[in-house]
Design a protein around this ligand. Structure first.
Ligand code: LMR
Length: 329
């Protein structure tokens, strides 16, 4: 039986990279874990529209949002096996497949703004990081934005002491783990699709995410407080299965690269507005009190998280941290 499944899987894989014809378009299954009305969801839709247009329908992009196909960890395995062809996991999710370096993006307060981020992703370091994916059977195609993370909990989070003893859901990043430990909190790795329920049932007390993710997952309905911290960044690496990508007819690949470039510009051009709109919608819903910090309170948060840089230097490499900071300047 197992052999039969494997034969069927290889036949399916061959069909995917086989020559395109009107009868059999090349199918790109694009799996992701967030809602369609988020920065990533919108960029994926734009890529689908442009990819199908530029290839005259020779490529069909099927988008599976909201963890409908796979959760965080499974989707990376599925991509490596060729069961899906494209994903856009956050920078924080590559550790479990053995690429720790993207966790440098998770360092607290390392990015002052999106302009600084863009210097890294569009520069030599961004390209160098994408190359690290190749031995894992993946090709990195682009960096997509979400935006800056905020903290939420059922306790009002103002000072570092307020985090003490609370359980926070985190993505699978050791840097984020160290960040919450620096605040005396208890981090718990959990798939994105499980966060709402975990907050609702009290499995965890709080979480960190962007306004667009908080709003579209309805987290604000089960969190009494959200604090504007902008302490970290969530962005994505669009990845494809390397074998699939290299096996595409060259003209098709060129058109897909063009579609990706334009979808990236589109998505990154509107991500900040999507997060601003989501914050407004959360305020309007009236279920969460939005807490803003004074300059002194913000400084105290930064100071509390400072040790994280030393703690994780061995994991991501001090030279990489230095190079990252230099490129943002
Ligand atoms: C998370 O797990 O919180 C995010 O990475 C989800 C996403 O893809 O934005």
């Amino acid at each position: 039986m197992r052999n039969l499944v494997m034969v069927a899987a290889s036949v399916a894989a061959l069909a995917l990279v086989g020559p395109a014809s009107a009868q059999s378009p090349i199918v790109i299954k694009f799996s992701h874990v967030v809602a369609s009305n988020t920065p990533k969801g919108a960029a994926a839709e734009k890529f689908k529209e442009l990819a199908e247009k530029y290839t005259d329908g020779k490529v069909k992009v099927e988008i599976y949002p909201n963890s409908t196909l796979y959760k965080d960890k499974e989707e990376l395995e599925a991509l490596q096996l060729g069961a899906v062809q494209m994903l856009a996991p956050s920078n924080s999710k590559f550790g479990p497949i053995g690429v720790r370096e993207f966790e440098v993006f998770d360092l607290p307060y390392i990015l002052p703004d999106l302009a600084a981020l863009r210097k890294v992703t569009d520069g030599p370091l961004g390209a160098k990081l994408l190359k690290l994916l190749e031995p894992k059977g993946m090709t990195g195609l682009a960096y997509w934005d979400n935006g800056f993370k905020q903290m939420s909990a059922n306790r009002k989070l103002v000072t570092p002491a307020d985090y003490k003893g609370l359980k926070f859901r985190i993505q699978s990043s050791k840097v984020i783990e160290a960040q919450f430990r620096s605040l005396g909190a208890i981090p718990q790795v959990m798939a994105f699709g499980e966060v709402y329920q975990a907050l609702q049932t009290g499995v965890v007390d709080g979480q960190e995410n962007t306004w667009s993710n908080i709003y579209t997952q309805k987290m604000h309905e089960v969190q009494k407080y959200a604090t504007v911290t902008n302490h970290g960044y969530i962005g994505y690496v669009v990845v494809t299965n390397k074998k699939f990508w290299d096996g595409l007819p060259a003209d098709i690949r060129t058109q897909l690269e063009k579609a990706m470039k334009e979808a990236t510009a589109f998505g990154n051009g509107q991500s900040a507005k999507e997060n601003d709109d989501a914050l407004e919608a959360i305020k309007k819903a009236g279920k969460t009190e939005i807490v803003t910090l004074t300059t002194e309170q913000d400084a105290a948060m930064r100071k509390a998280m400072e040790p994280v840089y030393k703690d994780v230097a061995a994991r991501v490499g001090q030279p990489l941290i230095d190079e990252f900071i230099k490129e943002t300047g």
